[in-house]
Design a protein around this ligand. Structure first.
Ligand SMILES: Cc1ncc(COP(=O)(O)OP(=O)(O)O)c(N)n1
Ligand SMILES: Cc1nc(C(=O)O)sc1CCOP(=O)(O)O
Ligand SMILES: [Mg+2]
Length: 222
């Protein structure tokens, strides 16, 4: 199965917006129907059994849509899914989440591993050297999901083109402001509340995709 994941919308789950299994799975399925490049499972709780159950369900769901599932923070969970045969599962690591080089050794060369770089090119350079598959920059706008994330200027996206890796923009992005990061060079647009905080998720994601593809940012009210 081939996955084309290097451009487009990157939806990230949130345990407050999607508090139980049916809500989580139904919302993710609708978003996948609308067209995602990547889906990230982000659950900051310490409930291991819940995380394992939900991650397995999302991995099965994503496989049906040909979309990679990225696990936030948790190398062990990613390894367990890999051992279960889920070859389309990857990992996202922040600066406090363990060494990217160790994760790359454990997971192998083919697995998608993303790295948080804030707005720092030195962190991006290190992540690229250690084998990152994509580089994530942000936060670009005020984020209700993670208000304390350090702010970033969109110009870091353009400068990061030198690493030759897909660039992810994150933080407070929605249909109204995503043109700013897209025009600055973002390949993937990551959203929590810009997707999972909305109604009618399939049509919401379709609308976001139309805006991205057609670059009809200012006039698209559809
Ligand atoms: C695509 C993407 N970019 C950045 C982050 C943030 O990761 P991190 O800094 O580790 O913060 P937490 O998400 O763990 O709170 C991300 N998860 N995904
Ligand atoms: C998880 C996360 N990381 C960020 C960073 O800047 O590294 S901002 C963020 C929250 C993104 O949620 P929303 O799209 O609702 O703002
Ligand atoms: Mg993290």
């Amino acid at each position: 199965m081939g996955f084309r994941w290097t451009q487009g919308l990157y939806a990230i789950t949130d345990e407050t917006l999607l508090p139980d299994d049916p809500t989580l799975l139904s919302a993710c399925e609708q978003a996948l129907q609308g067209g995602l490049a990547l889906l990230q499972y982000r659950d900051k709780s310490a409930d291991g059994p819940k995380r394992w159950r939900q991650a397995q369900a999302l991995a099965a769901l994503c496989r049906g849509y040909g979309v990679p599932l990225i696990i936030n923070d948790d190398l062990e969970l990613t390894c367990r899914l890999q051992q279960k045969g889920h070859r389309h599962v990857g990992l996202h690591l922040g600066q406090e989440d363990g060494a990217l080089s160790d994760a790359r050794k454990r997971l192998g060369e083919q697995v998608i591993i993303g790295a948080t770089c804030h707005d720092r090119l030195d962190l991006a350079e290190q992540a690229a050297r250690e084998g990152a598959s994509y580089l994530a920059f942000g936060r670009f706008f005020t984020s209700s999901t993670k208000p304390g994330a350090p702010p970033a200027d969109p110009c870091c996206l353009r400068k990061a083109a030198r690493f030759g890796l897909p660039r992810v923009a994150i933080g407070g992005i929605n249909g109204e402001n995503m043109s700013v990061v897209k025009e600055a060079g973002a390949d993937l647009i990551a959203m929590v509340s810009g997707i999972f905080g909305q109604e009618n998720l399939k049509s919401c994601v379709e609308r976001l995709n139309r805006r991205l593809d057609n670059r009809t940012f200012a006039n698209d009210h559809g």
